[in-house]
Design a protein around this ligand. Sequence first.
Ligand SMILES: NC(=O)c1ccc[n+]([C@@H]2O[C@H](COP(=O)([O-])OP(=O)(O)OC[C@H]3O[C@@H](n4cnc5c(N)ncnc54)[C@H](OP(=O)(O)O)[C@@H]3O)[C@@H](O)[C@H]2O)c1
Length: 250
Amino acid sequence: MYRIGFLGTGQIAAPMVRFLAGTGHDITVSDRNADIAATLESGHGVMVAQNQQVIDRSEVVFLCLRPHLAAEVLQDLRFRPGQHIISVMAGVSLAKLRTLCAPAEDITITIPLGFLEQGGCPLPAYPSTDVLDRLFEPENTVFQVPDERALNMHFAICAMVSGLLDLMATGAEWLGDETGEHAEAEFYTTQLFSGFLAAMTRKPGALARKRDSLATKGSISLQMTEGLRDGGAHEVLLRTLDAIRDRLNG
Ligand SMILES: NC(=O)c1ccc[n+]([C@@H]2O[C@H](COP(=O)([O-])OP(=O)(O)OC[C@H]3O[C@@H](n4cnc5c(N)ncnc54)[C@H](OP(=O)(O)O)[C@@H]3O)[C@@H](O)[C@H]2O)c1
């Protein structure tokens, strides 16, 4: 079991803390966000402390700050040799983290999503560290990517999740407007996609094969895929992924 600290107790820290507290680790979270920290303290037995105390109490420190605040917050804090640092912050480079967290040297960046609490979350990581495997496997799958650039590309695909949720919300709203049943429309849309994806195989090429098995000649599914493609949806997606790539690679 590890003594684990979290700097930044927000949307992504909370499910990670709940998961790790549930597997018996000794956890300290920073006192911001105060409401989330208090809920974790009362419901999951974690300790709440100021940033420096979080670091001093911990063998493993998760950095869950908003990227634009990272330098400002971390530059005043003291890490120690031998500490394991795990950053989940998009766009804060390994080189920058090495400077900000020195003399701690074991630094890894990974990309969690909140559903890791339920298991089944893929966790790309660079560089690899056994600590991440020990903390999140076997419920979740940790895998090393070849380099930091590849990790940033995984961050870009992760950003697609909110883009696709936004599209799904638009579809659900359209269905609700048509039927007059907005709650049912959202339920149907959510269950449809989550059930469909959960049932898919993980074999290479599965996404395209599934698409083609639905979008057969003359079908409304083909009308949808062609309508989106002809309307430029794929070009917009690729352009946006490129823009995120360029932003993350500085
Ligand atoms: N959300 C996700 O699903 C997700 C997934 C993967 C990676 N990430 C990464 O995780 C990071 C955090 O994202 P988030 O969505 O969790 O954001 P968030 O909910 O805003 O959490 C950031 C936390 O940092 C706290 N904070 C601000 N100033 C601080 C300080 N000086 N000392 C200590 N804590 C401070 C904030 O507290 P206050 O509320 O009091 O300001 C807040 O609790 C980002 O870098 C993001 O790229 C997020």
